[in-house]
Design a protein around this ligand. Structure first.
Ligand code: VGL
Length: 203
């Protein structure tokens, strides 16, 4: 494991539309909020970077089924469904990236995301000399999977927070398969409590 001070936390798409009551609800999607709040506050207390990605689609995009895509309309820019879950506590200093702006791309990965000044997630993390990325959020079988695999491809050590993720499971077993694929890619797994105790031990 790399030095924990090189670690950062990535919160993937913890937005209203992916939670119960939203446009593309992930079953138990809101259950990730409590563990993610605890992890985010321990990262922030240790002076570590927290990044939150958000799905941020234009009203017309090939990602939506009305324009040939796979999904109901969700996370439309500036809509209530695109807001972060109201109980998610993002520590002061949290960095934000938005993805899905391109109407021709699904942009599942947070690594497609850019900050308000146009820096990509990869550039932001490299600039902060992050080596180890802890990943949680929604959804296990789409954006979490794609973000974690991209992080690994980009050379980060990647740890998936197993009790701070939830899957869509359009096809039963999709999340399990995604976990296996991530494991094969060399991503490792830990619980929220384990991540918090690692961070505390090192700070
Ligand atoms: C997602 C399906 C469609 C996700 C986004 O955040 O995992 N899933 N768009």
């Amino acid at each position: 494991m790399t030095m924990t001070k090189d670690s950062a936390l990535l919160l993937v798409d913890v937005q209203n539309d992916f939670c119960p009551g939203g446009a593309l609800p992930v079953p138990d999607g809101d259950k990730v909020v409590e563990p993610l709040n605890r992890i985010a506050s321990s990262f922030a207390a240790a002076g570590l970077t927290v990044v939150a990605s958000r799905d941020w689609h234009p009203p017309v995009t090939r990602h939506f089924n009305e324009y040939g895509g796979a999904w109901p309309r969700h996370c439309v820019q500036n809509s209530p469904g695109a807001r972060f879950h109201p109980d998610l506590h993002l520590p002061e200093g949290t960095l934000f990236v938005s993805k899905g702006n391109d109407p021709d791309s699904d942009s599942y990965s947070s690594f497609d995301g850019v900050s308000a000044d146009g820096s990509s997630l990869g550039e932001i993390l490299a600039g902060l000399q992050v080596k180890h990325l802890y990943v949680g959020g929604l959804a296990t079988d789409y954006c979490v999977r794609s973000s974690a695999l991209d992080a690994k491809k980009a050379g980060f050590e990647v740890t998936l927070l197993t009790d701070a993720i939830a899957g869509v499971n359009i096809v039963a077993g999709d999340s399990e398969e995604a976990l296996e694929e991530m494991g094969r890619a060399g991503i490792d797994f830990c619980t929220a409590d384990e991540a918090i105790s690692r961070i505390r031990r090192a700070s």
